[in-house]
Design a protein around this ligand. Structure first.
Ligand code: PRP
Ligand code: URA
Ligand code: MG
Length: 207
């Protein structure tokens, strides 16, 4: 599995704002939006383009556009804070939704929403979720995508735990990972250390 840790001072500063326990909900959401911009920008670096003629006010020249705009899939709730910025960068992208809430005691993913196109065999798919902890929620999401024919999947996560990276790899699914950090690991509550807490709660308040 290909893993790309975005190494950039601006990304590191935004991640620091998100980690900081003193950042309020609005500050956290704003930093997540800006960091999503950087992660998606990096994730799309090698996206195939097609060339077409475009008329400037002066001449005709070669323009480019994405050959195959992706499907964006935010994992609710926390992934909602990433989708507006990703859509702004990719105005032709379609958006599907998956809702999963981790069980606090078992740490297993509990799915509650699935709204996806029937056939994903034609789309690159970008899954948006700030946190990859045990990997259970991401692997469940990717199971859904693969069942609909997806073969080109990118997980865009702000923070990943080594355990989550290993789970993604072990799933054997066709996925690559873009993240701003691979942290130390998980604590006894399966929270990422040092992490940033509960990314859903920090944007929207406790469930
Ligand atoms: O890798 P895992 O161990 O599955 O944990 C990661 C999941 O936990 C968080 O969601 P959460 O269940 O807290 O739901 P929320 O977004 O509604 O807060 C996060 O946004 C991921 O979806
Ligand atoms: O650290 C963690 C782990 C799971 N979900 C979160 O939001 N944060
Ligand atoms: Mg949460």
């Amino acid at each position: 599995m290909n893993t790309n840790v975005v190494d950039h001072p601006l990304a590191a500063a935004l991640l620091t704002t998100m980690r900081d326990v003193r950042s309020d909900n609005a500050t956290f959401r704003a930093a997540l939006r800006s960091l999503t911009h950087m992660l998606v920008y990096e994730a799309m670096r090698d996206a195939p383009v097609e060339v077409f003629d475009v008329d400037t006010p002066v001449a005709t020249t070669a323009g480019t556009r994405l050959a195959n705009p992706p499907l964006l899939v935010p994992v609710l709730r926390a992934g909602l804070g990433m989708v507006e910025q990703a859509s702004a960068l990719l105005p032709q992208a379609r958006v599907g939704f998956v809702g999963i809430a981790r069980d606090e005691s078992t740490h297993q993913p509990v799915p509650y929403l699935e709204s996806l196109p029937e056939d994903l065999s034609r789309f690159p798919v970008y899954v948006l979720d700030p946190m990859l902890a045990t990997g259970g929620s991401m692997v469940h999401t990717i199971d859904l995508l693969v069942a609909r024919g997806a073969t080109d999947i990118t997980a865009v996560c702000v923070v990943a735990a080594p355990e989550g990276v290993a789970a993604l790899r072990a799933s054997g699914h066709p996925v690559r990972l873009i993240t701003a950090s691979i942290d130390e690991g998980l604590n006894e509550d399966a929270y990422i250390v040092p992490g940033l807490g509960d990314a859903g709660d920090r944007q929207f308040g406790p469930r």
